[in-house]
Design a protein around this ligand. Structure first.
Ligand code: MG
Length: 258
């Protein structure tokens, strides 16, 4: 009994030594990459734009949009009227925040109820539609990548309530007139993920299969006029830039390549 006890004590002591030694003398793994320091960004409160965002609509005017003067602006929001609008500036990889409200007065059914749309690069549509107790084809309902991918869930708020779309978009890349890398999109509707890194198959028309056509790396974003008085407010965008770093020495580089 005595020898068993002392053996147990010895094992515990040995384990403690090994653990302590491992913790104390373990060599830190280093990637060998000297990273640029991440910029300091002040986050916005209550969905306000972070400090490095570009505000595309602050509720006062649509001067950064072509056709913006055609929409009615009042009480801090803009109402879709007569034509679509598109940003004067082009954007590629981005994080886009948009708030909208479907018309309070419910008119129409299916695709005819609170229809609008957020077109990344003016080409790739995230559907905006009032699907609160209103059914339509699934790959055309609110938050769908139109005709390509239904939203994972339906998180529509009732008509008249303000809702948010947060979109993370990576633009497609083309090389020598051919698709080099498709577009990817992640969408959060009212804070809930409804598209998770979806690979787009091309553009999003109503009457044919999606297809890619080579275009620039940056193009205007547009908001669709579909004849329904959808309201928009608080629109801001951040460019997504890759993090940067350089390999500190060639040895690390060689190791990585093996
Ligand atoms: Mg639409």
């Amino acid at each position: 009994m005595r020898s068993q006890l002392s053996l147990g004590t010895a094992m515990a002591a040995l384990t403690a030594i090994v653990l302590t030694t491992t913790t104390t003398f373990a060599k830190e793994w280093l990637s060998g990459i000297k990273w640029d320091e991440p910029a300091v960004v002040t986050p916005g409160e209550n969905n306000a734009a972070p400090s490095d965002a570009k505000v595309l609509f602050d509720g006062k005017d649509l001067s950064q949009w072509e056709n913006g003067d055609r929409w009615e602006i009042k009480d801090g929001y803009a109402i879709v009227k007569g034509a679509g609008i598109r940003t004067k500036e082009g954007f590629g990889d981005c994080q886009l925040h948009v708030e909208y409200a479907s018309p309070e007065e419910v008119k129409g059914t299916g695709q005819g109820r609170g229809n609008s749309g957020i077109f990344l690069m003016g080409i790739y549509e995230v559907q905006v539609l009032d699907n609160y107790e209103n059914k339509t084809y699934f790959d055309g309902q609110c938050g769908a990548i139109y005709k390509q991918s239904p939203p994972q869930v339906n998180v529509c708020r009732p008509p008249g309530k303000w809702q948010s779309m947060d979109i993370i978009f990576h633009a497609p890349r083309f090389k020598d007139g051919k698709l080099e890398k498709p577009a990817y999109i992640t969408v959060l509707h009212n804070g809930v993920v409804i598209q998770a890194h979806f690979e787009l198959k091309g553009d999003t028309p109503f009457n044919r299969a999606p297809a890619y056509k080579p275009h620039a790396d940056k193009l205007p974003i547009s908001l669709q006029n579909h004849g329904n008085p959808v309201r928009y407010r608080n629109i801001w965008i951040r460019e997504i830039k890759p993090v940067r770093g350089v390999l500190e020495d060639k040895k690390t580089d060689e190791k990585k390549q093996k």
